[in-house]
Every structure is written in C-alpha cells, then in structure tokens.
Design a protein around this ligand. Structure first.
Ligand code: GLP
Length: 259
C-alpha cells in the first residue's frame, strides 16, 4: 500500500495543502505542454480548497485555462439550476471564478432520462479516457464511508452508474435542507473509475468523520466501507485535520506520517 497521511491542525491548513497539490498538477501539466485532468468532488469538505484555488487564480495568476474537470457525481434527477445541484455548486464555487470553459467542465447529467443513463455513463467514461485519464482525483469521505455515491455494499469493480442513495445519506441531505424535496438517487463514477486515477487525495475534516476514517484506513477493505478500497491504490494521500485524525492509531499505520 502506498498511502501517505498528512495531519494538519485545522481544516484551513489541510485545504491549503490540498490546493497546493492541485496547483502542482495544473502547473506540471502546463510545463509539459499538456493539460491537467482533475477529478473533483462536491460537498462541504472541499469548499475551502476551492476558495483557496480561486484566491490563487485571482491574486497569483494560477491559470486553469488548460485544465479539464470531471466531476465525481451528481444527484439524479436534478436540474442544474436547482439549489442542491452539484453542477450549480461547482460552477459557483470554482468553475466560473477561475474561468474554466464549459467544454472543459464535465459532470454527470442529472436531467438524463432514466432509459438513457447507462449510455450517458458509458459516454462519461469514454470522455475521461479520451482526455487521457484522471491525473488527480480529489475525494471527500461520506459519513457512512461512501466515496462519490458509491454507498456501502458497492463492489470495487463498480463503474459509473445510477445508484440509489443509502437511507442515511438521504437523511443527512434532508437534515441540511429541511425545506426541500431531497433527491434519492445519484449518478457517480464507480470505485473502479476512482481507483483508475493516477493519484488520489482524500480529504477528511471534522470529528464526525474520525471513526469512519479509521475504519477505512485501518480495518481490512470491505464493501461496507467503500473508501477502504483506496487501500489498494498505488498513490493515495489522506489529508486530515486534527479532529478527523483523532481516532487513528498512528503507531500501527503502515504509512508515512508527514505533518
Ligand atoms: C456526498 C457526495 C460526495 C462527497 C461526500 C462527503 O454525499 N456524494 O461527493 O465527497 O458525500 O460530503 P461532505 O464533504 O459534505 O461531508
């Protein structure tokens, strides 16, 4: 296993490091005359990463014009104008502010009719392959151990598809948006597609993620905790704030600890 762990005092410091890793990916692709292909998550965890990237774009000239983005997931059915839409969230927080062109921002289509979803997912996977594969995949950790919308019970061989959200995921969304009809399905990259990225950075912040992070990293891999399949990735970084790392047994981790 080639995982490395970094623990920072605060989520802000963790986000600063993750933003630096994204910047290096973008700049190194540019230096080699290519284009960076980033796999990005939505959710609360990466919000400070995206804010820091926007700052670097505005104040330091970090140029995203040759970066290509593949979003990890989207609710289904979902209109892109809906307040819960991941497409809307990503456009507002990152894509618009750093000026990524519409044809370089890819996200599963929450408006796709059910009978066309399989074909849509096949095209999504083909678009990733045509772009050269994902160079850097950022991830957040679901409170139940999901990655993307790969809920407990997901096989490591799963590919991009329409999934029913786990009851606890639906409840969490309902808790965050008590005034709205909440989605019950999503379209997500599969675990196989996530593991195909050349590098993965999993960012985990907050005490409420501490126990599930320990299970994902320190118990044998299992479909019950889909994030545990990252143990088999050759280049996976786990980036924690102090609270999220509080349940880890740091002595027994067979990984590099870089603080
Ligand atoms: C959500 C999304 C993921 C996200 C994860 C963690 O349900 N499907 O893309 O990474 O759960 O979300 P958060 O960062 O808000 O805790």
């Amino acid at each position: 296993m080639a995982a490395a762990i970094r623990i920072f005092d605060t989520a802000t410091e963790a986000a600063f490091w993750v933003a630096g890793a994204v910047e290096r990916e973008v700049r190194s692709a540019e230096d080699s005359d290519g284009h960076a292909v980033l796999g990005l998550p939505t959710g609360a965890t990466p919000a400070p990463v995206y804010a820091e990237l926007v700052r670097r774009h505005r104040e330091e000239g970090l140029d995203f014009s040759r970066a290509t983005i593949f979003n990890l997931d989207e609710y289904w059915p979902m209109q892109p104008s809906h307040p819960l839409s991941f497409a809307r969230s990503m456009k507002e927080r990152l894509i618009g502010p750093v000026g990524i062109a519409a044809d370089r921002f890819h996200i599963p289509d929450g408006t796709c009719p059910e009978e066309e979803v399989d074909e849509h997912c096949t095209r999504y996977r083909a678009a990733i392959a045509d772009a050269g594969g994902i160079g850097l995949q950022l991830l957040g950790l679901g409170a139940n151990g999901h990655i993307g919308f790969n809920e407990p019970g997901t096989s490591p061989d799963s590919i991009a598809r329409l999934v029913r959200l786990a009851p606890e995921t639906v409840e969490r969304i309902r808790g965050q948006h008590p005034d709205k009809d909440v989605p019950t399905h999503g379209i997500t990259l599969g675990v196989k597609g996530i593991l195909a990225a050349r590098r993965v950075i999993m960012m985990v912040t907050g005490e409420h993620k501490a126990d599930i992070a320990r299970r994902a990293l320190q118990e044998p891999e299992t479909p019950d905790v889909p994030a545990s399949f990252l143990q088999r990735h050759r280049s996976a970084h786990w980036v924690f704030d102090r609270e999220a790392a509080s349940a880890l047994d740091l002595r027994s981790l067979p990984v590099e600890i870089a603080e």
